[in-house]
Design a protein around this ligand. Structure first.
Ligand code: AP5
Length: 192
């Protein structure tokens, strides 16, 4: 089983690259952002609670997203492996993920971290906000708040994986295909 954490700030290209990695390696993408947006679209109680936090660029509570990931792992016992996109976002989530994977006799192989400067992130997200329908992409203050939340609460997760010797930094600026090749080179080494 091959499990990769695709890491990076909002707008760094996690979703874009995950789609390509899924196609190439046959892994299952688990995006907590997508799962939460599906709950909102279905109008569930969980979705209603998450919406105001997401629209404000704040994190949804750890137990909510850990529960979602736990049930996805439970429901996909034959998956070749997973790409975790937008999860874990706190050290508590990273610890919970390690436990969930250990229960299944597997683990994270690598954290691949897309590095993109703040100014570029803001341009990308506001551009997407023109037609994405995502409330959190439409207001520059909210976009900046998302980056601030990433810096304060999510960046420590990189240190968690650095401590395990699994952290790899990838330049996330430039052509999508070039970034994809850099990610593939790391995954190919992890698979050997
Ligand atoms: P989530 O859905 O995870 O959003 P995010 O992390 O803010 O990331 P994005 O989807 O905005 O960006 P991305 O890195 O995937 O980049 P993308 O490929 O889309 O989370 C949303 C919210 O849900 C959070 O704020 C939080 O409230 C909640 N949440 C989710 N997970 C949670 C968790 N674990 N714990 C607690 N709360 C959680 O690309 C962005 C744009 O850039 C696109 O338009 C794309 O076309 C463009 N682009 C991509 N690559 C390039 C490139 N190389 N050059 C130019 N443009 C590019």
């Amino acid at each position: 089983m091959l499990n990769i954490v695709l890491f990076g700030p909002p707008g760094s290209g996690k979703g874009t690259q995950s789609a390509k990695l899924v196609e190439k390696y046959g892994l299952l993408q688990l995006s907590t952002g997508d799962l939460l947006r599906a709950e909102i679209a279905e109008g569930t109680a969980l979705g209603l609670k998450a919406k105001s936090l997401m629209d404000a660029g704040q994190l949804v509570p750890d137990e909510v997203v850990i529960g979602m990931i736990s049930s996805k792992l439970e429901n996909n016992p034959t998956a070749k492996g997973f790409i975790f996109d937008g999860f874990p976002r706190t050290v508590a989530q990273a610890e919970a993920l390690d436990s969930l994977l250990a229960e299944r006799n597997t683990k994270i192989a690598k954290m691949l971290a897309l590095e993109v400067a703040n100014a570029e992130l803001i341009v990308r997200l506001l551009l997407r906000g023109k037609d994405s329908g995502r409330a959190d992409d439409q207001n520059e203050e909210v976009v900046k708040d998302r980056i601030e939340v990433y810096n304060s609460k999510t960046l420590p997760v990189a240190n968690y994986y650095k401590g395990q010797g699994k952290f790899v930094s990838i330049n996330g600026v430039g052509e999508v295909d070039k970034i994809f090749k850099a990610l593939c080179a790391q995954i190919d080494v992890a698979q050997i």
